[in-house]
Design a protein around this ligand. Structure first.
Ligand code: GAL
Length: 661
């Protein structure tokens, strides 16, 4: 038997799995398939990376041609490969996989040591595979990228078919993207009071008012309100304004917060009318953190932490229970199984939620509001009891229990209608709206049906306060950026009381189950996430464990100048006003005449991003303020540009000014 020189190869860092990969050897070097490397390091906007298969797990097929080897991925996708000078060529056949049908559009790009060495034109579904053959001699790091076309990421099933390296030295190895330091950009809030709660608040005639004056600054702090209409009162210690008003109208109220070092005043417009959620709801939801592993204790702890961390002082107020509080259908587990409703048809909670009313009372007494979740179908996504044919009962239970927010998730309704028409999509939401209108409580109505039928065009019409525009988010750049930057189309449809919802926040410790992990977004990606969601007027629902907030996450969630962009009473969602490849400028007009602007760099290396006043429909000198650093940068006459880190943002507010460069 011939002895292989395995020990020597091991010294060179080759692991056993690579042995087969290195089998094809020629005089120019060994051929190493990309798909024999650890492709799990691929970041992508949807699904999981697949070895020698398409992203949906089918044989790789581009325009009728099948390939045995390759990486099946989905836009936006990035894979870092460390070559360390060991490879000379990278070859592949790239294109959109046939499984996605007639739609997707993508661009394949390769960066070698930070420089673009390949960029295909936009490729369309059905187009034959394009050959890639590039010289990578001496290169240290290669980044394989797939970007979406102008139509978003839907159907972008992208294949790096037959992708292989010619290796003459060190084996290529896939690696994580660059590590970044978690830098806190924002100065700590000062000891003087600053009022941060919404400047406009809607309540229906006769519904209980619950508005807490949120203010940062040194404690103890005293609260007052001038101009309160008869029927309302403010608690001087907690800052809670409660009572009821029956007359529709607009009531300007001066909110006052005082402590040993000063006083803050802010005018709030209380509008008694038909519309609530006049600014996007801000709070926490259990799903991205605990998934189904929730119980009353975890919800109480989240509420307590929202107060003790100080988040409550920055306007955070909802504590929302997601799926899995009801009985599970068909389960014989005594904790979650058993009858789903009582003899009167009222829904029953499972043993993890022994007393819903006591729980909501507890949370309300902390100065917070509470949300609940259910599906219009017979079951929820996790197969717990749904509202089907018990809608009014459930609306009444939610009101009796004291809930302030309802997430109504299509899910099990697909058992009722599999392929709904537009009218059928609207039907269950209109029906529950009718039920909510019959109860004596303001409940924010959040539609969740993943954007079907372009819900942003009719979410207002069916009485929604917000509506999910996408499928579920996860804590990856591909997912977050894939969702966030695809929101431009929905922008015109947002207005006070009616918000597009690109799903919940994935900063801090998340996990969708009992075990949690740090969000996989890098620090700059997290700045991008919060900045973009604020510009988009998205509901801000924190998805992490509030009992384990670190300083970086707290900073992300408590910058009042950033949150003000989200909570601006004008309620205009940002639009993308300029794009140059992966550089984007988004802007949103604010009530005071200023403009909030995000300079975004979706590329893999730092880039200068420029906002032109002409694109922003502005003219004349503007004072430019950096909102994350909370400092003025200067006055500029025509444009402002700055270097923005990889996947990062510079969030600005532009105020009309005098002079300037
Ligand atoms: C999904 C929904 C998620 C979460 C989950 C619970 O349909 O999009 O946000 O609520 O159901 O099962």
């Amino acid at each position: 038997m011939k002895l292989r020189h395995l020990p020597a190869l091991l010294c060179m860092g080759i692991v056993a799995a690579s042995w087969a990969a290195a089998a094809e050897t020629s005089s120019q070097g060994r051929k190493v398939w990309l798909s024999d490397l650890d492709i799990s390091k691929t970041q992508q906007g949807w699904g999981e990376p697949q070895k020698d298969k398409s992203v949906d797990g089918n044989p790789l097929r581009i325009a009728g041609r099948t390939f045995d080897r390759g990486l099946g991925t989905h836009a936006d996708s990035a894979l870092y490969v460390k070559l360390a000078g060991g490879s000379t060529r990278f070859t592949a056949m790239v294109g959109l996989d046939d499984e996605a049908g007639r739609f997707g559009t993508v661009t394949f790009r390769i960066l070698g040591d930070g420089k673009e060495i390949l960029k295909t034109d936009t490729m369309k579904a059905g187009q034959p595979a394009q050959e890639v053959d590039i010289d990578v001699t001496g290169m240290d790091t290669l980044i394989l990228l797939v970007g979406r076309g102008k139509d978003g990421i839907n159907f972008d099933h992208a294949d790096w078919a037959n992708a292989a390296f010619t290796v003459v030295g060190r084996m290529p190895e896939t690696i994580d993207g660059p590590k970044e330091e978690a830098i806190i950009l924002t100065p700590k809030p000062g000891p003087e009071p600053r009022i941060n709660s919404a400047k406009v608040f809607g309540v229906r005639p006769g519904s209980p008012v619950l508005y807490t004056i949120a203010a940062s600054g040194q404690r103890p702090m005293g609260f007052h309100a001038e101009g309160l209409p008869a029927g309302l009162s403010v608690n001087a210690e907690s800052g809670r304004i409660t009572g009821r008003l029956t007359q529709p109208g607009e009531y300007p109220i001066t909110l006052i917060a005082r402590n040993d070092v000063g006083e803050a005043r802010r005018t709030m417009r209380l509008i008694v009318g038909n519309t609530i959620a006049l600014t996007p709801p801000m709070g926490w939801n259990s799903w991205n953190c605990w998934g189904c592993a929730i119980d009353e204790q975890k919800i109480r702890h989240a509420a307590e932490a929202m107060v003790s961390s100080g988040l409550i002082h920055h306007g955070w107020q909802y504590i929302n229970i997601d799926d899995c509080w009801m009985k599970k259908l068909g389960s014989d587990d005594p904790v979650v199984g058993g009858p789903t409703r009582d003899d009167c048809g009222r829904i029953l909670t499972n043993a993890r939620f022994p007393d819903m009313k006591a729980l909501t009372d507890y949370i309300h007494n902390l100065g917070l509001k509470v949300g609940v979740y259910i599906s219009p179908g017979p079951s929820t996504c996790q197969r717990y009891e749904g509202s089907w044919q018990h809608e009014l009962h459930d609306a009444q239970s939610f009101a009796d229990w004291g809930f302030d927010y309802l997430k109504y998730d299509w899910c099990g309704y697909s058992e009722i209608v599999g392929r709904p028409t537009l009218e059928q999509m609207k039907e269950p939401y209109i029906f529950m709206r009718g039920c909510l209108d019959r109860i004596d409580r303001d409940i924010v109505y959040s539609l969740c049906q993943y954007g079907m039928g372009e819900v942003w065009k009719w979410g207002t019409e069916v009485g929604g306060n917000c509506w999910r525009t996408t499928g579920d988010i996860t804590d990856s750049w591909g997912s977050m950026a894939g969702i966030g930057f695809a929101q431009a189309e929905c922008s015109p449809y947002a207005s006070p009381g009616h918000w597009n919802d690109p799903d919940m926040l994935v900063v801090g410790k998340v996990g969708w189950g009992p075990s949690l992990r740090e969000s996989r977004l890098t620090p700059n990606e997290q700045y991008t996430h919060i900045s973009l969601w604020c510009l988009l007027c998205s509901p801000l629902l924190i998805g992490c464990d509030l009992t384990q907030l670190d300083d970086f996450t707290m900073n992300l969630l408590t910058n009042d100048e950033v949150l003000e962009v989200n909570q601006d009473p004008l309620g205009r969602q940002a639009a993308r006003i300029a794009q140059d490849g992966s550089l984007e400028v988004w802007a949103k007009p604010m009530e005071d005449g200023s403009t909030a602007v995000g300079l975004f760099n979706r590329d893999e290396t730092p880039k200068t991003v420029v906002a032109e006043w002409s694109d922003l429909k502005l003219s004349g000198p503007m004072r430019v303020r950096d909102l994350w650093r909370q400092k003025d940068i200067g006055v500029f006459r025509n444009q402002f540009g700055a270097e923005v880190p990889r996947h990062g943002v510079m969030l600005l507010r532009l105020f009309p000014a005098q002079g300037g460069q």
